[in-house]
Design a protein around this ligand. Sequence first.
Ligand code: ARG
Length: 461
Amino acid sequence: MTSSAAQYTWAGRFSEPVSDLVKRYTASVDFDRRMWQQDIRGSLAHARMLAKQEIISKGDLIDIERGMETVQREIESGRFEWSLDLEDVHLNIEKRLTNLVGDAGKRLHTGRSRNDQVATDIRLYLRDAIDDILVLIRGFRSALVDLAEKEAATPMPGFTHLQVAQPVTFGHHMLAYFEMFGRDAERFADARKRTNRLPLGAAALAGTTYPIDREFVARELGFEGVCENSLDAVSDRDFAIEFTAACALLMMHISRLSEELVMWMSPRIGFIQIADRFCTGSSIMPQKKNPDVPELARGKTGRVYGELMSLLTLMKSQPLAYNKDNQEDKEPLFDAVDTVTDTLRIFADLAGGITVRPEAMRAALAQGFATATDLADHLVRKGLPFRDAHEAVGHAVKAAEAKGVDLAQLTLDELRAFCPQVENDVFAVLTVEGSLAARDHFGGTAPAQVRAAIARARSRL
Ligand code: ARG
């Protein structure tokens, strides 16, 4: 063994050191040091278990706890010297601990491998991230409900094929997103259950020869259970993939909303304004106010999909058990956490910064024959089969279009030319308010139903 290889924790069987490039290529400390708190938490739980089982002495445990306190303070204050030579967060912390407390630090790794250590750290980290995300989703959904309540009866065109279809209320439209993000929250909560299992004790892959107590460590760390198979515990990252899939779905919903916000605030449509703090100007065109935040969110959705693909691909060809490939799980995962966390934080604020322009939405409604279905339904109530009613209204729409007016602007005689059954009460049916109020059932857009949905939404939050 040369003296230059000796600096590595694992240098025993090596005769030459790695090149600087290989060192940089294989090291993860630049990105995995963000798990330092989880690493310390995991190590302390492991050390307590070792002492309880009399695998290390009480004195060793006291030294380890004292040393870790110093390590923690050093990291928090930015005084800790992270070293690329020590590869990753685990070896950096262990080495510093050993410098501080000597042999007790060297005993910490008894019955443990970095393989089960890193799997534990990621799960702890992800569990914390999921808890944060769940709080953020709740905040965002609550902002959506506030907006829905303000605009519970505000008519806007509902679209299919991006063409005016039927009137809905803006509040109803916002509650559609409330539902989507509610399912996202359920997915995160569900992924949390499978994340929250303890790998520690699996050691490198086969378990360990020491009389360990895995249940004790699980309880110390707040895990709901212990991974049942040591090979599976150290190798699979399906929980991270599942989490990222939930992130991808959430971002897909964010992206749909963003697309709508961008369209709605285009001066050609002008349904909404979003607060200036979410927009930027153009460096050349003085008149511009660009919806940067929703556009970036739409763009970042692609980035999170990419992270999901990275993780799926990372895992697919790995034989059991641990392979160094798995070190590549962290950057996509952390970036997905950061992107989703930032996006949710911004969107909760953004939802509160939306102002609706009811006149623009009403003007759009007046142009698309939005109450044609209401006329057909009215004819059905007068006894016509729906298919015949549909055809009759089709002709009326054609006539109105030729005349350049909305259905409600045709005279009774003009309507009767296609639909002889109609009487004066037809005009109430053709109004936007009439159309909205008529959809008065669970899940419908009638303002009364929207208000009831808002009350349910609040109680579900
Ligand atoms: N830095 C490694 C990772 O992130 C820790 C596990 C290393 N294990 C090993 N056998 N090289 O996966």
